[in-house]
Design a protein around this ligand. Structure first.
Ligand SMILES: Cc1cc2nc3c(=O)[nH]c(=O)nc-3n(C[C@H](O)[C@H](O)[C@H](O)COP(=O)(O)O)c2cc1C
Length: 199
């Protein structure tokens, strides 16, 4: 995207959704991988991969364990940053903003659409917490799965979605001779402004 094309007429959130759709149409699930960074109470950043599962707002949305490291960090500080890289298109998108928990009905709907294995993992895994041994954890998991066999599974309250409401979005496109194109959008007072920045 060129910010020189009447930026005031463009909506970077729409642009993000369009770029994602193009990447997904080409690469499927690979396009959904994004790196999301959160910050601890002590100010230590941490980053990990999650899958982007857009909802009706088309914003970055991912599902996880609210008691995981990222969930705990977001409960103290909801600010987060995320990056997508779509190699086929030589594009990168960077987002920064605030994460909020999505509605229980949205999380319920997503949970209900998941494969049973994934539902069980969400129910049974105390994500990011210490386990005594991998072997013992797997055996206990197996027993719990057998105990739950056949029963319909409800979303546990410790698991659900976050949506990132961005105040910063950068679109990066590779250019010849490292003349990459960068359009940086910032939102203040509800209005998006665009600048070109050097590669
Ligand atoms: C390709 C890929 C996709 C992943 N998607 C998710 C996801 O959507 N949600 C999630 O909780 N973890 C996902 N993970 C695992 C996370 O990277 C991470 O290990 C886990 O969420 C625990 O992170 P935390 O301890 O920082 O909270 C994914 C990992 C990979 C490699």
């Amino acid at each position: 995207m060129s910010p020189n094309q009447s930026p005031e007429l463009q909506d970077p959130e729409l642009q993000f959704a369009e770029w994602f759709d193009e990447a997904f149409a080409h690469s499927g699930e690979d396009a959904s991988r994004c790196f999301i960074a959160t910050v601890s109470e002590a100010g230590q950043p941490s980053v990990r991969v999650v899958f982007h599962r857009p909802g009706t707002s088309r914003r970055l949305r991912f599902f996880t364990n609210y008691q995981s490291r990222k969930g705990t960090e977001l409960s103290h500080n909801p600010r987060a940053a995320a990056t997508f890289h779509w190699p086929h298109f030589q594009r990168q998108v960077r987002l920064e903003g605030t994460c909020h928990v999505v509605s229980a009905s949205d999380s319920d709907a997503y949970f209900a659409a998941r494969a049973r294995d994934s539902q069980l993992a969400a129910l049974l895994s105390p994500q990011s917490r210490r386990i005594d041994s991998i072997q013992a954890f797997r055996e206990r998991h197996q027993q719990q799965m057998q105990a739950a066999a056949g029963a319909p599974l409800a979303r546990p309250p410790h698991w659900g979605g976050y949506e990132l409401v961005p105040h910063f979005i950068e679109f990066w496109v590779a250019g010849h001779g490292r003349m990459h194109e960068r359009a940086q959008w910032t939102r203040a007072g509800g209005v998006w402004q665009c600048e070109n920045i050097a590669p």
